[in-house]
Design a protein around this ligand. Structure first.
Ligand code: PLP
Ligand code: ZN
Length: 398
């Protein structure tokens, strides 16, 4: 139960479909009522000012009161979060944008923003007393889980597509994880995880199948506000696979509003979900060409993190797009490479194809007039390009 001195304001969990309450103080997976993700709630109504931020801690853990870890002794950290928010002046000038920003999540431990979610989920796994964790992954989440489980002394089983670039597999081996390769996409890996873990011996940390990766990812939203001195961009573009970042950042904005951390007149950003043309289930549903993603067929893409044909959080992502007046854009493989060249040659950033897709989506939306040149635009680069060598080597000059 909650230690009296716990810094966390965690109060309950609720079903993301019907709102039914669940205990936040025992191990939970998806909701038993609707079989959908559970979401963490905090007591936000007692005064909780921005002075709770631990400014001496340059990591996502600086927002401890708004995070779900009850006992700080269970924290499993490699220094994740509080990544740089960079201006992109050369690309902005070229495209006549007045303010173009990029949050560089490629500078996280293990090279992607997955570090945030897995640091949080593995910390909670340790707090709740599990023996080990298992995950289906397109690459980065598996690497991050392997690293944090090693640090926590927990067993780690990672199931990834056989076509995943070698760097992801190799890094998992060095962290001592057991790696199983599957022919297919992350959805096929998910089926294999369910089969392998039928007895529930390991905690399945698939995207949104436990409530705490989302809490790690939401810290991006807090950081963006803090780094912009408590203002927010007009438009935020995010590469959506399973969607935890999109959902988490939006959750952080709502929490900050409830806390009074944002000026009452603050307009929340329009949220843009960026997908790969090769695998864009959200776009197809958003455009009304299918009722939902259940029967969607996707194919592999250079942006491995976007090859998620059946995201469990689809309804939650669509809600964010609706509430924020956002939209969905899909980007071709060739355009991702062009975006990597832009960010590399103009700004000195070697980004993951997912991050490059986000920049190309901004260009596309500028072209259609959906995005205005005088708006503040924030790009999320979710990963470091170095791990994608098998996908992109030799393509720097077309
Ligand atoms: C996992 C991943 C994504 C997609 O993140 P979701 O939270 O699943 O939407 C985007 N970019 C990279 C580099 C990733 O590893
Ligand atoms: Zn429910």
């Amino acid at each position: 139960m909650v230690a009296l001195e716990s810094p966390s304001r965690l109060s309950t969990l609720h079903c993301s479909a019907c709102g039914a309450a669940y205990s936040a103080f025992e191990l939970q997976r998806v909701s038993a009522c609707c079989n959908v993700p559970l979401v963490a709630d905090y007591d936000l109504f007692e005064p909780l000012g921005r002075d709770i931020i631990d400014r001496a801690d340059p990591s996502m853990w600086r927002y401890g009161a708004l995070l779900p870890l009850l006992n700080p002794d269970h924290k499993v950290t490699l220094g994740e979060g509080f990544t740089p928010l960079l201006r992109l002046p050369r690309l902005a000038a070229r495209h006549e944008l007045s303010s173009l920003l990029l949050k560089d999540e490629g500078q996280n431990p293990t090279g992607s923003f997955k570090a945030r979610g897995l640091s949080m989920a593995v910390s909670k796994a340790k707090e709740l007393g599990v023996d080990g964790c298992i995950i289906p992954t397109a690459g980065n989440a598996g690497v991050a889980m392997a690293a944090y489980c090693a640090r926590a002394g927990l067993k780690a089983v990672v199931v990834m597509p056989r076509h995943t670039p070698q760097a992801f597999k190799e890094e998992c081996y060095w962290y001592g994880a057991e790696v199983e390769l599957v022919d297919g996409l992350i959805s096929d890996c998910g089926a294999r995880v369910r089969q392998r873990n039928a007895d529930g011996a390991l905690l399945d940390i698939s995207t949104l199948k436990e409530p705490y990766r989302l809490e790690g990812k939401k810290t991006m939203g807090y950081e963006i506000a803090e780094q912009l001195n408590w203002s927010l961009p007009d438009v935020l573009l995010y590469p959506a696979g399973g969607g935890t970042g999109l959902i988490g950042i939006w959750k952080a904005f709502q929490e900050m509003k409830a806390l009074g951390w944002l000026a009452p007149e603050t307009r929340l950003p329009r949220m843009v979900a960026v997908q790969a043309k090769n695998c864009c289930p959200l776009l197809e549903t958003y455009a009304g060409r299918q009722a939902n993603c259940h029967a969607y067929h996707g194919s592999p893409t250079l942006a491995n993190g976007l090859a998620v044909p059946h995201p469990l959080g689809e309804a939650m992502m669509l809600r964010v797009l609706r509430e924020s007046n956002g939209t969905v854009v899909s980007i071709s493989e060739e355009d991702m490479l062009a975006g990597m060249r832009d960010l590399g040659q103009q700004e000195g950033l070697f980004v993951a194809p997912e991050g490059a897709a986000v920049w190309m989506a901004a260009r596309k939306l500028l072209g259609t007039g959906w995005l205005h040149p005088d708006e503040t635009v924030l790009l999320l680069n979710t990963g470091n390009g170095q791990k994608y060598m098998d996908n992109v080597a030799g393509r720097a000059f077309n």
